[in-house]
Design a protein around this ligand. Sequence first.
Ligand code: ADP
Ligand code: MG
Length: 677
Amino acid sequence: MTASTQVQEKLSRLGIATELDLILHLPIRYEDETHLFPIADAPPGQTVQVEGVIIHTEVVFRPRRQLVCQVEDNSGVVVMRFLNFYGSQIKTYAVGKRVRLLGEIRSGFFGAEMVHPKCRIVRAGESLADTMTPVYPTTAGLTQTILSKLIAQALRNAQHMLTETIPDGIIRKYRLMSLPDSIQCLHNPPPEVSIEALQTRTHPAWRRVKFDELLAQQLSMRLHYRQRRSRSAPALAQKNTLQQQFLAQLNFTLTAAQIRVCAEINRDLASAYPMQRLLQGDVGSGKTIVAALAALQAIENGYQAAIMAPTEILAEQHFQKLTSWFEPLGIKVAWLSGSQKKKQKQAVLEDIASGAAHLAAGTHALFQEQVVFHQLGLAIIDEQHRFGVQQRLALRMKGTQSDQVPHQLMMSATPIPRTLSMSYFADLDVSVIDELPPGRSPVVTKLIAGNRRDEVIARIRHACEQGKQVYWVCPLIEESETLQLQTAMETFENLHAVFPDLTVGLVHGRLPAQEKAAVMTAFKQGEIQLLVATTVIEVGVDVPNASLMVIENAERMGLSQLHQLRGRVGRGSEASICILMFQQPLSEIARKRLRIIFEHTDGFEIARQDLNLRGPGEFLGARQSGVPMLRFADLEQDGELITAAQATAEEMLNRYPELVQRHIERWLGDKTEYLRV
Ligand code: ADP
Ligand code: MG
């Protein structure tokens, strides 16, 4: 059977172009047609196969037109019920016909029944299937029958394509099943195989496939890592003078975790290979200062550093903070944004080009064409998930001179669960700040239904009377920016009317950059007591005196967004409160999210639960288009295999380079596009 053009087009929608792709297109679940249950003994709540003779067939009209047949075997009777059916089925399922039914038996009004079972006519004594029936992921217009036939044919033709790519020693070490056996077993599982082990993907055959897939991902990402690493970078020796001076002028000391990650970064910077490190830490763990120390190491070696942030508010805040830290040390910080006036921008560009500016802070304006660095030694990227591979690359290219590329430090505001950073971020070295600065009192989270607004208003008044500051986060309206803006304005006017004696400010994404900055400065200086904001304040904003936050329609927001927003309070020593207002009725997923955010304050734990709830996509952001995605392995279930794949990848890259390419080709094919950048 060769696939028609039409079928080929459908296959390509499933990512299938070759026979090998067909072979590696594995079932999503299985049906067990190798056993027959007596009707009376069939266990409820699971898919079973029964066989019997039709003793009654009827079309009933209550409450809806439906076809109802009674099927009898030696042990009892089951009713099968079809809510949608063709006229021809009435004849097919005539009294006296013998049928085999596959489905779940439930006890209904008329006794045991199966709704829409898979049903076929059989002869008495017809043999049972000798393997489990695989069910494949498919697409509209491509039936299981056609797909199964194509796969079976590919399996006959192309077994030889499954020659081993993993060295014997590793296969023995991890007790891996052979690949051809695994693939054969997954497509045609013998009857003695536990269907449970197949469905939950814990069977050794699945284990082998997952291992191979994880290994391919590790290999391609580590290869990418090595390629970038093979270039040279300025060796920025640790001189400590600027860093010491800087630390001496701070009114706090670094946490042990900050000291540890600084050492990791310092070591990387001092070597002549480009650093590619991801700095992770929960909201408020103090990543900015770590970035600042890294910048100082570049600067004291006569190089420039750049720090790029995804929003103007955050970039501006970095600029202000770094200026206040660095100016006393005689270091010049430049500020570059898309909204600057031409003349102003020109001056900044000149400072960056001449080297007069030691550090440049800005948005993605930093990697625009006109920007030329004198000598960029370190590129720092805050909120890395907001930037794509291309954008990060662009900033790095900026600093590339002759054959030297700058070091790169990426920071992530959203903690990334360990299994995720070990897999999808395997092309980076990772540093984790796993403790918060001392003296923080944890934020208390309260869930309040939207109709108890008065209570919330009273709390705000109380907080402001005590000299505290408050954020009011407006509902997120993803569908329409105009509507979002309108809601923010209305909320602002409304709250302004409710609190005539308070200074109320408003900040939203459409505000011109200068006004935005002015509002944020006023809030920071305590001139604004209640700040009405859209989610533009989500990332990075740091105003320690703000200790109450109200989030409206919290049920619309994702977990990491809620965690980020909540992280805006609890930054000082004041006990802080975050009120999540929600609108009934809650969807199942919204209820789960609110429960998680209510019960947990640890960002890593929240992230782990979020990963279970939604899969890795949300964490990867723009990265998603660049890294090889996993089809079979599961980050929660397969942590042990990820560790094994990681170790194996290093060993294979070092000792079996000839197998590496073949392995990657097999599992990723042309999906390794990004390796070329
Ligand atoms: P994030 O990791 O979320 O970017 P920031 O770098 O904004 O966190 O730091 C949060 C706050 O904690 C800032 O006000 C910062 O000055 C302060 N901070 C950072 N490190 C320490 C420390 N070791 N001790 C006390 N305060 C610290
Ligand atoms: Mg930050």
